[in-house]
Design a protein around this ligand. Structure first.
Ligand SMILES: [Mg+2]
Length: 244
């Protein structure tokens, strides 16, 4: 039977971590370890704009084969961010110890949230016959966060860059999705990153919808997921499989 598929990004699209930014995670660690410190997320942010796997999507990381290894690769990035602010300038071991606490802090399942429209829209679309797939550039622990926010049971398959070794928009990041979707139509990719989600999907033949963060280059933009539901149902309503 021909199925209809929606491929969802996770972060910034369906859910988010409280605080939203990596800089806030580093601040959380500092708050705990150095109460009364005077560093800010704004000071840290510029030092966290490179060095993550998704900042180098052209570079596969299939050599990373465990979550421990994934986080070990990140340690120098966190240490450098602390160093840049002069944290631990008098104590060289401090920045490393702080960096080591970023993983458990970031991965605290209690800090993960879904947007208010996520579950109602996913459930409504599932009732209308859509199958949900998730394709995310993320940390290895994504499945744990999905469980914590009640998302896992609603998603038929999850493709996580940390496990695949390819970051969107690398075409190989879409390989697993394409294997499931095959020739089934309609299919849409929905995400908040025009490059990774929309352009990445377009390059492998999947039309994309940009959500939540407008960009003038987007052919289709929806401010929220209810608009996405309306768009995909309008484009491919019952008895109409001919229109794009
Ligand atoms: Mg995103």
């Amino acid at each position: 039977m021909n199925k209809k598929y929606l491929i969802w990004d996770f972060d910034g699209t369906l859910g988010y971590r409280e605080g939203r930014s990596w800089a806030m995670v580093l601040i959380e660690v500092l708050d705990r370890q150095m109460p009364g410190h005077s560093y800010s997320a704004d000071q840290l942010a510029p030092h966290l704009r490179t060095g993550f796997p998704w900042h180098m999507p052209e570079r596969p990381h299939t050599y990373i084969i465990s979550a421990d290894q994934w986080w070990a690769e990140m340690t120098p990035v966190f240490v450098a961010a602390f160093d840049a602010l002069g944290v631990g300038v008098a104590d060289p071991v401090l920045a490393r110890n702080l960096a080591r606490q970023i993983r458990p802090t970031y991965c605290n399942p209690d800090r993960w949230r879904l947007f208010d429209d996520t579950l109602p829209v996913l459930d409504e679309l599932a009732a209308r016959g859509w199958t949900h797939i998730l394709l995310s550039n993320h940390v290895p622990e994504l499945a744990i966060f999905m469980d914590a926010v009640d998302l896992s049971a609603r998603i038929a398959a999850v493709f996580n860059s940390a496990i695949m070794g390819y970051e969107k928009p690398h075409p190989a990041a879409f390989r697993g999705v394409l294997e499931i979707v095959g020739d089934s139509r309609p299919v849409w990719m929905i995400g908040d990153n025009i490059t990774a989600d929309v352009f990445g999907a377009a390059a492998v033949g999947i039309p994309g919808v940009l959500v939540r963060r407008p960009d003038e280059r987007a052919e289709r933009f929806c401010a929220d997921l209810w608009q996405v539901a309306a768009l995909v149902e309008d484009a491919h309503g019952p008895g109409d499989s001919s229109r794009d």
